[in-house]
Design a protein around this ligand. Structure first.
Ligand SMILES: C[S@@+](CC[C@H](N)C(=O)[O-])C[C@H]1O[C@@H](n2cnc3c(N)ncnc32)[C@H](O)[C@@H]1O
Length: 279
């Protein structure tokens, strides 16, 4: 099977839509001024947060949206998708590493900083002070879908092997390095609750935004079956060659999990946190 990251992000959109924490979103929306906003999104991918915030009315204040992602393919897909769409804000797509973007941006300031499913991939301790420095005084942040240590796949296959595979997958997140430095890792969500105040931010609200992906009458909605297959692909990519897992056992485990998707049986629950606040 061919795997495409942009297809994965598109498939994830409906899952994020229903998972985002309503209380956190309401706390943010209530606290934002009713005037045009300059919005900056870090790790914006193909720009799905722009569709979402337009649909939810948050962009009706008008203003400008700067979407930054380091992957040129994702930015090209965002441009192709959203270029023809009539939006209440002007949108600027930037291909850049977000830390480099923050370090070179000495003059511009934004009112709202967004990161969705991104901070668990970043070196948050290093990045956050530089991101907060891009906000106007009293500017807001909205950090969503931050993975937080729990992946469940139901129904179980072999509880001992399931635990080993998932535990090892979480460990690969903790061992992930960017430029030799640690990233948010498998407990990024809860870590943010300490990292935000340490970087000078005030948390207004926090809550869970768990993904729950399951079929309805044996059929997954939208492209969510592909989303699950891509998740298994992440498992395969990160666990292949690990000495803790015999290759044959991993291959067999993956094949049985794919068969559960074919049969419309596999259920995923992943625990995540949303948080919003101001500086
Ligand atoms: C899991 S995806 C989430 C994308 C999007 N926020 C969404 O939810 O659909 C993470 C994104 O972060 C981008 N990314 C990773 N490291 C980055 C960096 N240092 N600077 C900017 N973007 C980065 C990746 O290219 C990818 O598009």
């Amino acid at each position: 099977m061919e795997y495409s990251f942009t297809r994965y992000l598109a498939a994830k959109q409906s899952i994020d839509d229903r998972s985002l924490n309503h209380g956190v979103y309401a706390a943010l929306a209530d606290d934002l001024p009713d005037e045009p906003l300059a919005i900056l999104e870090a790790g914006a991918g193909t720009g799905t947060m722009i569709d979402r915030l337009a649909a939810r009315g948050l962009l009706s204040r008008g203003g400008h949206y700067t979407a930054v992602d380091s992957d040129p393919g994702n930015i090209a897909a965002a441009r192709a998708r959203l270029g023809p769409v009539d939006l209440p804000v002007s949108v600027e797509f930037v291909t850049a590493d977000i830390l480099e973007f923050a370090l070179r941006e000495r003059v511009r300031r934004w009112d709202l900083l967004i990161a969705n499913a991104f901070l668990d991939l970043a070196d948050v301790d290093r990045l956050l002070p530089h991101l907060f420095a891009l906000l106007n005084p009293g500017g807001h942040f909205y950090f969503t879908i931050n993975f937080d240590g729990l992946t469940l796949l139901e129904p179980p296959l072999d509880p001992e092997l399931d635990e080993r595979v998932i535990g090892l997958y979480h460990r690969t997140m903790d061992e992930r390095r960017v430029d030799g430095r640690p990233t948010g890792g498998s407990r990024a969500g809860r870590a943010l609750l300490g990292q935000i105040p340490a970087a000078g931010g005030e948390i207004l609200a926090a809550g869970s935004s768990d993904w729950v992906v399951l079929p309805r009458r044996g059929v997954y909605p939208g492209d969510e079956a592909y989303f699950l297959r891509h998740l298994l692909h992440f498992f395969e990519e990160s666990l292949t060659g690990r000495p803790e897992l015999e290759p044959g056992r991993l291959a067999h485990w993956l094949a049985r999990r794919h068969a559960q998707i074919d049969a419309g049986e596999l259920i995923l629950i992943a625990h995540q946190l949303d948080v919003c606040g101001l500086v």
